[in-house]
Design a protein around this ligand. Sequence first.
Ligand SMILES: Cc1cc2nc3c(=O)[nH]c(=O)nc-3n(C[C@H](O)[C@H](O)[C@H](O)COP(=O)(O)OP(=O)(O)OC[C@H]3O[C@@H](n4cnc5c(N)ncnc54)[C@H](O)[C@@H]3O)c2cc1C
Length: 401
Amino acid sequence: MDRQIRSRKRSSDFDAVVIGGGFFGCKLALYLKEEFDRVLILERELDLLQRASYANQARVHNGYHYPRSLLTALRSRANFPRFVREYRECIDSSFEKYYAISKLFSKVNVRQFELFCQRVGIPLKPAPPQVQKLFNSQAIEGVFQTQEYAFDSTKLKKRIWQDLTKAEIKVGLNSQAIRVRESHDQNISVYYLSKNNIKKIKTKYVFNCTYASLDQILKQSNLPTVPLKYELAEMALVEVPPLLKNKGITVMCGPFFSLMPFPPRGLHTLSHVRYTPHYYWQETADLSVRSHEAYSQISRKTNYPFAIRDAARYLPIVRDCQYVDSLWEVKTVLPQSETDDSRPILFQQNPKLTNFYSVLGGKIDNIYDLAHELDTLLNKQELEVDGDRRLFRVSRGSSKR
Ligand SMILES: Cc1cc2nc3c(=O)[nH]c(=O)nc-3n(C[C@H](O)[C@H](O)[C@H](O)COP(=O)(O)OP(=O)(O)OC[C@H]3O[C@@H](n4cnc5c(N)ncnc54)[C@H](O)[C@@H]3O)c2cc1C
């Protein structure tokens, strides 16, 4: 009875709408469902986790990658076991992971890398001689065995679908959000395109989790944008020679490369700091950001021959890799990451539209930092839901609003 009266009073269709059904949007929707009854995900593709959450290097970061950003390294170290535990069935831990330090052009040397790993508390030991021998000793100062895994984004998608279904979260596929607007009753109207029709729904909160399209939605809504840096990134998919089959290799820390297992295809990705990015662009006042258009229109001639030639200077055996094809995605990072390669999370309330939030996760395990941000938001804000003014409670996970 009480519930019926409450639902009649409701002036919105949903409590929260998440735009973008990548890993971040889906995971955020699951967190939100612990607080709200009516949560909707709008995704423009025909399935979830089709974009950056699929086309990436699949590394579950454990900190090694970030000797220039201690905070990111420590957050990775903390999130790694949690992620591996929570998504056990989506993790490939069957390979050995080696980090090598270049003698030339590297921003760290062996001693610094050892000290860094010690400080962060991540396991590091010299690689066995048969692995050391694979590297060019004139170019490489040291090779270490580390603990780092890969995730299988196809399995992650399956798991996310199960979790969303269980939580009874509504998902609108093939639904492209166009813009948002504050409505008179203090809700937000979300306009989206579905089957060639423009539709409108009302909601209390909107979370923009569209990664490379974050600014596009803001621009189309006449809202202040977030300064972001975009790059069209190519990761080559290769068949590695037998000696590299059960290995992942990263040469640190500068204009080098990584070879990582890519579980969904049973291949390896080859990324190279110099050759993976094809184009860069940044949001400016006069440039209308259209990352998805850039993604589909820009020429995609592979840089693989350059990347493999350079990689072979450090690890000659990579010459025996067979190129299969490439993954392409618009990598989106905060400008502050330029200097130290850090990967903080963006969780930003829009200055002109209070209940509209922009969310960007620099790497997959940052979802736990996202949970923290959401807790902070819900704890500190006095929010109005369907006419009931109340304080949000202190921890997520018990009763609903
Ligand atoms: C080349 C590359 C390599 C990377 N390597 C790693 C790595 O090894 N390890 C790691 O942890 N992280 C890595 N990352 C980062 C990681 O991929 C991202 O942090 C993560 O996938 C972001 O998830 P997301 O859900 O925010 O983005 P996405 O998965 O891109 O999700 C955004 C979704 O929004 C949808 N969308 C866009 N516009 C609209 C709209 N108007 N309406 C509705 N839906 C819309 C898109 O279709 C998409 O599904 C890499 C990224 C790139 C690009």
